[in-house]
Design a protein around this ligand. Sequence first.
Ligand code: GFP
Length: 830
Amino acid sequence: VLGPANKPTHPMALAPVATPRHSVDGFVQEFLHELNTTQGVTLSASTINDQYKALALTVRNYLMARWLETTRNSIKSKSKAVAYLSAEYLLGRQLGNALLAADLADIAQEGLKQCGIELWQLRAQEVEPGLGNGGLGRLAACFIDSLATMNVPSVGYGIRYEYGIFRQTFVDGRQVEQPDTWLSLGSPWEFPHPEAAVTINFGGTTEKYTDEDGRERTRWLPEWDVQAIPYNYMVPGYLNGRVNTLRLWSAEATRAFDLQIFNSGDYARAVRAQTFAENISKVLYPEDSTPQGKELRLQQQYFFVAASIRDFINQVLGEDFDLHNLSDRIIFQLNDTHPVIGVPELMRVLIDEEGFGWDEAWEVTSKCFAYTCHTLLPEALEVWPTELLGRLLPRHLEIIYAINDRFLEQVRDRFPGDEVRVGRMSIIAEYPERAVRMAHLASVAATKINGVAELHSQLLRDKVLKDFADLWPEKFTNVTNGVTPRRFLRMANYKLSGLLTETIGSGWVTDLERLRELEPCADDPEFREKFREVKAFNKRRLTNLLRARDGIDLPEGHMLDVMVKRLHEYKRQSLKILHVISLYEQVISGKISADEITPRTVVFGAKAAPGYRLAKDTIHLINKVASVVNEDKRLDGRLKVAFPANYNVTLAEKLIPAADLSEQISLAGKEASGTGNMKFALNGALTIGTDDGANVEIRELVGDDHFFLFGMTEPEVEALQAKGYHPGEYYQNNPQLKAAVDLIQSGIFSGGDRGTFDSLTSSWLYHDRFMVFADFDSYIAAQKKVEEKYADQDAWTRSAILNMARTGYFSSDRSMRDYMTRIWNITPDF
Ligand code: GFP
């Protein structure tokens, strides 16, 4: 991926690859050439897809020389690299980013115009690769962008899911999942390398043997295998001439089909092995409520991690490299627990294949991994039943047991007699079934463990991984998440970008803290006016998009109140919809008149995991409320709900710059960080939020006057839990809450059927772990403050500008700097 280490070369191969001329003429020539030679069409006969592909290939050509050079230099410099191991990369569209990185956007626009083509139409052709689920995958994409922009030798490793995350549709308000066929027209951004395939083994048994030197060794006798085929993607840095690599693995059967069986006429059986093997890279997060689904997930994890480790060792380091020095050349960053099976895999490679002794192997392995935890929910920490892990990866299970034995010895030494602690910390859980706790394995092996926001890292130390922090306090650190300013400000909000650059120069794109220089502009009426014009433009742009994409009409002049994120109870989309229902209820029951409502459109964007019943019911409720509220004349058009289906990065890029209000309303102590919160603030939306995740740091930076804080703090949540949370009391004692819940139960949103949403209402009323009712009152009060402030547009705009000016800290460039100094011990290449 960073290039073969010791391969033959030729003096001419060292000459730089020609980059096409950076001029409109040069561009047009290149574009027409691609159209003719790669797509095989003339301009006049070309379809829009031909044009899009030719454009993508043209842009690629401009980046190609840089890519080859980056690769060559990384090998030569022998510097330490980061391998980011992530099961998800939510990349978004590639074309716009590549145009920006290669400084080609204006040239392309002009050149295409000369050919009678509009650039934006071609950009709209691109189907984004949905290789992630939410914040975790998008974070990985932001990080690799920053690493390239900051000249850090690095490679991203992951899976090329054929179908990615599902495409969400709504049928009668309910989520229905469709396969996401993002590859159906081919992707011009990938470079397959079948010749560099890696064989990945599964199943079978292990056996002991004595080697030539008379040493007792173990070997794995696998039962079946699959080919991991690498697909390379360019990761261009912003205007710095560096192009890093993202390498995604695709599964192919080793034995495609059995000709004997085929010829006997049993066609289905002839290809069974192929289908089975290739399922591995079919979809992101196969539904895991079945044992088969669970097993497939573990297969996926081992598949991509084993291929990546093997790839790095073979391709980058080469045969002569002394693996005792591996940690001088690499750090594997584990993005959550999904890649943690890499720990026993590296041990196996070193011991079984390279002949290392245990201690030597552990010495290397325990320096080569660092672990980022992204959650606070205990149920989100993966565990694999030993029955399953042992069946799929028998040698790895042995190694895990051996790691655990040595680890528990250490615990016993340190805390003699404390067997309860030993049981708590063990990598192996005994209840409800014997299973491997992957977060414990990661914590034992990693050089560093980090959370993703200050509060989160603190809670990891104090609660989730407390025993480990007691044992190894020095392992724990924090790196607050960040987002790339290139995609989420420069590209997504080009009007605002223009205004910023006009005011403070363009340096902010790679040095986001420079937005601070805009603080004084908050008091400048002329700047405020321009800022408002940008927002109005972004709203019109969104309106046009939603009309075309979803048939949704956004009314003019409304506050745009946006809640977009994965659907989960802890994130509390339910609290947001209860607010809408409550406003509606107050108007139709005559408690307030419609003109007392601030004209507001609430926009939701969220996918629910296919097997997550309550999340899907919440989507159903939101859609049903939308259809009733949007039609009710009594509201005088002052309250609307929009829920465009299939929220993704492409939509986020239009939605976030248009938003006035950002909803970050998780129960305190549950959201690790959040990154949407950062994107909204940077684009000049005000946040209504709890003291949770990175909200805490956002509020500290922007100031209390420019942030709508509500809800319990984390210690208050804990105290309430300890005392006993009785949601029924809130319901009984708060007439406004009761009226909203009763309205749902009246059947008004479900065609008269009173039971449709019982699953939700009874969860809130009887056993809601996420305490929606407890924060309802304070949320409503904070929304009143939102309305008051919004009524004073000057004050609102002032706060919006300050939000943007003060949140430059949340650049993923800063996150990467923190990883480099606190975790990786790496310096950038220059
Ligand atoms: C998860 C966490 C978020 C966090 C991201 C990235 O994302 O709090 O910001 O990882 O660290 F929950 P989601 O799966 O929730 O989107």
